[in-house]
Design a protein around this ligand. Sequence first.
Ligand SMILES: Cc1cc2nc3c(=O)[nH]c(=O)nc-3n(C[C@H](O)[C@H](O)[C@H](O)COP(=O)(O)OP(=O)(O)OC[C@H]3O[C@@H](n4cnc5c(N)ncnc54)[C@H](O)[C@@H]3O)c2cc1C
Ligand code: SF4
Length: 332
Amino acid sequence: MKKIAIVGAGPAGIEAASILAKNGNEIQLFEKSSNTLSNILDKAYLFPDFSPAQELADKLNAKLLNDKIRLTCDTEIVDIKKENEEFKLVDKNGKTYIADSVLITTGYTLFDAHRKEELGYGIYKGVITSLDLERMIRHKQISTFIGELPKRVVFLQCVGSRDEKSGNHYCSKVCCVTAVKQAIEVRKMIPDAEIYIYYMDLRMWGQGFEEMYREAQEKYDIRFVRGRISEASATFDGRVQIKSEDTLIGQPLKMTTDLLVLMAGMEPSQGTRTLAERCGIAGDYRFIATQGPHTNDNLTSVDGIFVAGSAKRPMSVRDTLTDAAAAALAMM
Ligand SMILES: Cc1cc2nc3c(=O)[nH]c(=O)nc-3n(C[C@H](O)[C@H](O)[C@H](O)COP(=O)(O)OP(=O)(O)OC[C@H]3O[C@@H](n4cnc5c(N)ncnc54)[C@H](O)[C@@H]3O)c2cc1C
Ligand code: SF4
């Protein structure tokens, strides 16, 4: 029996805790927020099946009902030190915890759309992020800032990903399918709205994603424009004007919209960045580096410190859970 510390109670941390506990290990699971699964419960419905996020949260939380798992919320781990063959984890208040090995599952944070000033997030009220829209969908009320139903909604892909200016050259993997999912949800709630998705190219890589994309066009009348929006500004009546180029026909376009939804990408969370730096295991873009892309993909360069989930790169829930199971196996 090992004493294992897991940092971060998102899908990866919970899945790994459950598997490791079932195999007789003693688990200390640390979560900095007052509740588990914050990056799941901020969504209404999940791709690929439009299932309620709450349903997944309930299923995952039920896995914590094991007396070998001790969950400690409101505890942010800020350092991990290896001393002889043991690990000493330090929380924000200086309290320490001892473990035989450590799994880091500190996850991601949404790219801060304020950094793309030219798109007007935080400046024009009609410019929102996918997470803001998710909140509206959860409350079953999609509206403009003056409380009206939007007549036109435009989604913009690749905000803070595949982007030279923000320094993030990688693809965030989940935002193409999230835009299609959200566009369908908007259509269901506002049947006569015009809905556009501006994309560089659509990466519908997962099972069922391509079918969802076809359905979006054929059944839900979502219009796809291949192009990048270079700038957003306000109109006198509080709408948003966007300037872009349709790169398929090579023509500049101008359009006004009631809501411009920025599909912000995934970046390493502050916890991921801090632990990556403190433990000397930072990789590209300050995600946590693993020993290899094919084998040993849950092992870091520090013997006894493992990593799983979106702390190492953007991934969907399904991939996160599979990765957490692989990490648990590697730790046994
Ligand atoms: C806009 C958007 C929509 C998405 N929609 C979907 C979807 O519909 N379907 C789907 O499959 N996937 C979706 N995803 C992806 C999904 O959110 C991730 O796959 C999943 O959350 C990754 O789980 P994780 O456990 O790796 O990380 P996280 O969910 O980020 O969990 C990490 C946990 O660690 C905690 N933590 C961080 N630092 C510390 C620390 N220092 N100490 C203690 N605790 C800490 C955090 O509070 C958090 O609870 C979406 C992502 C985005 C950005
Ligand atoms: S998933 Fe789509 S929107 Fe997100 S970064 Fe990749 S290509 Fe861009």
